[in-house]
Design a protein around this ligand. Structure first.
Ligand SMILES: [Zn+2]
Length: 274
């Protein structure tokens, strides 16, 4: 038995990840082209018919693209949706949504041997009303393993931390470096939104959250892999994000974490817990 995880793409040009066991395979967001998703799933040995579910964090195009949504519909992949996110999706893709296999969910549901839990995060604008974070848990050799997933949130609160505690693999948005954002040529309103509680997360806030999650976990060694996700191409760099996080983790007395940065256009190596 095994629990596997791979980020296919991360960033403002497209987000998509896959979590799979021998029984189930769940796509998290679908913000890339159908071709890219299919090619990368194929490289992991996952044909589209093996996908048992999709969950969507929110309906910004980099999390569900027109092509990605068509891929889900064409392959009849069940889309588990929060009711607010279903409404956002209906506004965006009015005709297509009628064809969608919509399975609304409460906070927790099960896809075969993977338990999916969702929680509210802080990310909305004129086009989207709701964004979720997720955890995915499965039993491997009588031990429970957990993957925590948060991209796109303006802030982290104690409820989010509580949901993510005891994760073994964590995906955490680390969107911007404030100095770079302040000096960028973005329109003032856009900058203001990114910096707001409903926009995106800074490198410093992400790092503090990671340290807090590790500190509060029952087993201090349980968190092994952290992906710094959704790094902005305009107001952040991979080096700045990693160095900032490392510095804060050291300051907080946190070590033994593999810090990884997913790419925009190439999938990460898969992580296998077995
Ligand atoms: Zn977004």
């Amino acid at each position: 038995m095994s629990l596997n995880f791979c980020i296919l793409a991360s960033g403002s040009s497209g987000n998509c990840s896959v979590i799979w066991t021998e029984e189930a395979a769940i796509l998290v967001d679908c913000g890339c082209s159908a071709r890219y998703i299919m090619e990368n799933l194929a490289s992991l040995g996952i044909p589209p018919e093996n996908l048992t579910a999709t969950v969507i964090t929110h309906v910004h195009t980099d999390h569900i693209s027109t092509s990605g949504f068509s891929f889900l519909l064409k392959n009849n992949i069940p889309i588990y949706l929060h009711k607010d996110i279903f409404e956002d999706l209906s506004r965006k893709y009015a005709k297509k949504v009628a064809k969608c296999i919509n399975i609304s969910f409460n906070k927790t549901f099960k896809v075969k041997d993977i338990v999916v839990d969702s929680f509210d995060v802080y990310h909305k604008d004129a086009h989207i009303s709701h964004t979720l974070g997720f955890t995915f848990s499965s039993i491997v050799n009588v031990k429970k393993y957990k993957i925590g997933y948060v991209t796109d949130t303006g802030k982290i609160c104690s409820k989010i931390i509580k949901s993510l505690v005891n994760s073994n693999i964590l995906v955490m948005e680390s969107n911007y470096n404030k100095t770079m954002l302040d000096s960028s040529f973005r329109p003032y309103d856009n900058k203001k939104w990114i910096l707001s509680d409903w926009g995106h997360l800074s490198n410093e806030s992400a790092a503090s959250a990671i340290a807090e999650i590790k500190r509060l976990s029952t087993d201090n060694e349980s968190l092994k892999y952290v992906f710094l996700a959704h790094i902005s191409s305009h107001h952040n760099t991979r080096e700045i994000a990693v160095n900032t996080t490392r510095k804060i983790l050291i300051r907080e007395g946190t070590s033994n974490i593999n810090l990884l940065i997913p790419k925009r256009d190439r999938r990460c190596p898969a992580i296998r817990i077995s």
